[in-house]
Write a protein that binds this ligand. Structure first.
Ligand code: 48F
Length: 259
């Protein structure tokens, strides 16, 4: 009889590496488990794609947990509240076409919904680079976040994919790699990154969805990453644009992958 300690450690190691090995090559690699990435992950997984989400923090959810200034409520427009209802997340109508949502329920619900649909989330894993072959982005270069944060000189491994979604929020880290490291011209007015503008909720919400697109073969942006690339305004604790952006990018990817 093995000691319990050995059984537990062995179960974790075997099941983690089984999960990782099954996702070394995926249809879609999503970088960042924020609201837009999680909605996209669920839609893509429900449509039959293999989906791996890489989140550098321990807790997925991105900027959803803290509400507005740590008051853990956020606001969502009526038409986007329906997306949350698909995740079984409760919204409370407050008039003028808006609903409030408990941000902890929202974060937990989005994570659970994406995972239950079949997307696998690898937390504490950072995407530090991309792979480009013959003008197509076709892989995510990953490492443990603590390795990156401690500046340890450790080589990464690669996840190959048919599409990569930059859902990294304000810094649009993956598009940055494409533009500044690979030197490619992306689908923006300058071919580069215009940079996020200050707060204008109404315009920011509208353009987040408009700015959600394929930027280069194999490479897409959603949420604040998409807005940062195209020079959109920020919008703070109103989230409808993020959910609609995730839905839109999933549709675009599915069309391109002929799924
Ligand atoms: O920023 P974030 O929540 O993404 P989003 O979908 O949503 C934006 C809103 O939360 C909010 C807003 C709404 O009005 O303005 O900001 O655009 O989540 C991005 C996630 O990406 C992770 C990061 O930890 C966060 O959880 N991330 C960033 N860079 C990397 C990464 C990376 N290189 N590798 C893995 N994860």
């Amino acid at each position: 009889m093995k000691p319990m300690e050995e059984t537990i450690s062995s179960a974790i190691v075997r099941s983690y590496f089984k999960k990782l090995e099954a996702h070394l090559a995926v249809d879609v690699a999503i970088v960042g488990a924020g609201p837009s990435g999680l909605v996209a992950a669920r839609d893509l997984a429900l449509a039959g794609c293999s989906v791996a989400v890489f989140e550098s923090k321990l807790a997925p959810g991105g900027g959803t947990w803290g509400g507005g200034m740590l008051m853990n409520e956020v606001v969502v427009q009526e038409d986007a509240a329906t997306i949350l209802h698909e995740f079984d997340i409760t919204t409370v109508p407050v008039g003028e076409g808006y609903h409030t949502v408990d941000s902890v329920e929202m974060a937990a619900g989005l994570i659970f919904g994406a995972r239950k649909a079949g997307a696998v989330i690898f937390n504490a894993v950072t995407v530090e680079d991309i792979v480009i072959h013959d003008g197509i982005v076709c892989g995510a270069v990953i490492n443990w976040n603590p390795v990156a944060r401690l500046g340890m000189h450790v080589d990464p491994i690669v996840i190959t994919s048919r599409a990569i979604l930059d859902g990294t929020g304000h810094p649009s880290e993956i598009i940055n790699k494409a533009v500044h490291k690979a030197g490619v011209a992306i689908d923006s007015p300058t071919g580069g990154i215009l940079g996020e503008k200050p707060m204008w909720m109404e315009d920011g919400e509208r353009t987040t969805v408009l700015n959600t697109k394929r930027l280069y073969p194999g490479l897409y942006a959603s949420g604040m990453a998409a807005n940062n690339v195209q020079g959109g305004f920020r919008m703070g604790p109103i989230f409808g644009g993020m959910f609609k952006s995730g839905r839109k990018v999933a549709k675009l990817i599915l069309e391109d992958l002929n799924k």
